[in-house]
Design a protein around this ligand. Structure first.
Ligand SMILES: Cc1cc2nc3c(=O)[nH]c(=O)nc-3n(C[C@H](O)[C@H](O)[C@H](O)COP(=O)(O)OP(=O)(O)OC[C@H]3O[C@@H](n4cnc5c(N)ncnc54)[C@H](O)[C@@H]3O)c2cc1C
Length: 376
């Protein structure tokens, strides 16, 4: 066991949410410590697609980042249904980037300015007179749950046995292609390909990032993910877009879509950010930007309310989150749209250039309607 340690703010999880929160607190005067069970660089199951808002929020120097890290500009999309016809949509400028999570998360963690205890798992949480005792040896005035979908801090304040309709299960594989494999793969580096399942309960993608091919699929609910994945990879193989033999082993993960079910995200001297708070976009599953935005919102609130981290003081964080991402429903919802309605609409609309550009891409995947986050 490590020696006794203390800090003002303990962030459990050093992913984009946790490291952004620490970065947001770098000039607060608060002593911030990040605890992560992984040693970095570590990988995270993810397509690795970020919108330009992410770079702006974190004041990332993309030119600097591109030295030694994969940064794939994206200015086109190929979209359609699995097994159906496809459309091409082009933009005059770069509208997104492809990154590798093992590189991106490590870079953010290194530059965030906080101390880190890596390779150490969160085990226990006990209330003390002035905050929390974590793992029996680490005292903190404030604890932030940033441990992703399976965040152990989130489990402390949410009913782990409650049904959850908002969970998406996903599988992904990322492989570096040899020059010979790149010749056999028809996916273009600046053109991610998005293919919707015919029941519109999920979508699949192929994404070539500077020689790294990422292929994956995500679906609502627990059933049929592996079957849908196999159908998708067979389709890619049949169409000679991605030969089956160049794909690696698929790895699975999950995330919660925002807005379908209420979550407890604040308590006395405790709050949740990122996937721990269940913030991924309900349309696209984009979770990196909400993780970063919530991390920065939390940093702003803590900076303003220190040294009092009572639940009443932290309420403003929840209010801002709901204002930014929208209200929670009174009752858990299965989906934003009824099945029949979305299948009918989906089939009609997916074939039109207008819907694909204006709604599917601009609004759902690129979130161009969302104004930049204003920090306090
Ligand atoms: C297949 C798939 C594809 C996706 N593609 C995209 C995409 O292209 N773009 C996008 O924006 N989003 C995507 N997402 C969502 C995105 O990956 C997440 O929303 C994002 O990683 C959330 O960041 P986070 O910091 O909240 O959590 P995470 O990135 O999950 O980080 C959590 C950290 O907590 C640590 N941790 C967990 N448990 C413990 C513990 N017990 N003790 C200590 N540390 C712990 C972990 O080691 C990890 O480092 C995808 C998700 C999946 C599953």
């Amino acid at each position: 066991m490590s020696e006794t340690d203390s800090c003002d703010v303990l962030i459990v999880g050093g992913g984009p949410g946790g490291s952004s929160c620490a970065w947001g607190l770098r000039e607060s005067g608060l002593d911030v410590l990040i605890l992560d069970k992984a040693t970095f660089p570590r990988d995270k199951v993810c397509a690795g697609w970020i919108t330009p808002a992410v770079a702006e929020l974190l004041e990332l120097d993309l030119k600097d980042y591109s030295h030694g890290h994969v940064l794939q500009p994206i200015s086109r999309f190929r979209t359609g249904l699995i097994g159906g016809s496809t459309l091409h949509t082009e933009y005059p400028e770069t509208v997104s980037y492809g990154i590798r999570r093992c590189e991106f998360d490590h870079y953010l963690l290194q530059r965030c300015g906080a101390r880190a205890r890596l390779g150490e798992s969160f085990q226990s949480l006990e209330r003390t007179a002035d905050g929390w005792l974590v793992n029996g040896n680490l005292s903190a005035k404030m604890v932030i749950g940033a441990g992703g979908h399976f965040c152990p801090v989130a489990r402390e304040i949410n009913d782990k046995h409650a049904g959850d309709h908002s969970v998406v299960l996903a599988q992904e594989t990322e492989v570096q292609l040899t020059p010979e494999q790149q010749q056999r793969c028809r996916v273009q580096p600046d053109t991610p390909e998005l293919y919707f399942c015919r029941d519109f309960k999920g979508y699949a993608w192929c994404f070539l990032k500077d020689g790294y091919l990422n292929v994956g699929i995500g679906r609502e609910g627990e059933k049929q993910l592996s079957t849908a994945r196999d159908e998708f990879t067979e389709y890619l193989d049949r169409e000679q877009r991605v030969p089956r033999d160049i794909l690696g082993k698929f790895k699975g993960h999950a995330y919660r879509l925002y807005g379908l079910q209420k979550r407890t995200i604040i308590d006395d001297a405790l709050l949740l950010i990122g996937d721990a708070a269940g913030l991924a976009s309900p349309q696209s599953g984009e979770g990196i930007r909400p993780a970063i935005e919530s991390g920065l919102m939390a940093a702003d609130v803590l900076q303003n309310c220190q040294p009092n981290f009572d639940k009443g003081q932290l309420q403003i964080y929840q209010d801002r989150l709901l204002e930014r991402f929208g209200p929670w429903p009174d009752e858990p919802a299965h989906s934003m749209l009824p099945d029949v309605f979305r299948q009918f609409l989906g089939r009609q609309l997916m074939g039109t250039q207008w819907f694909t550009r204006k709604v599917l891409l601009n609004r759902w995947f690129l979130q161009q309607h969302l104004p930049p986050l204003v920090r306090s």
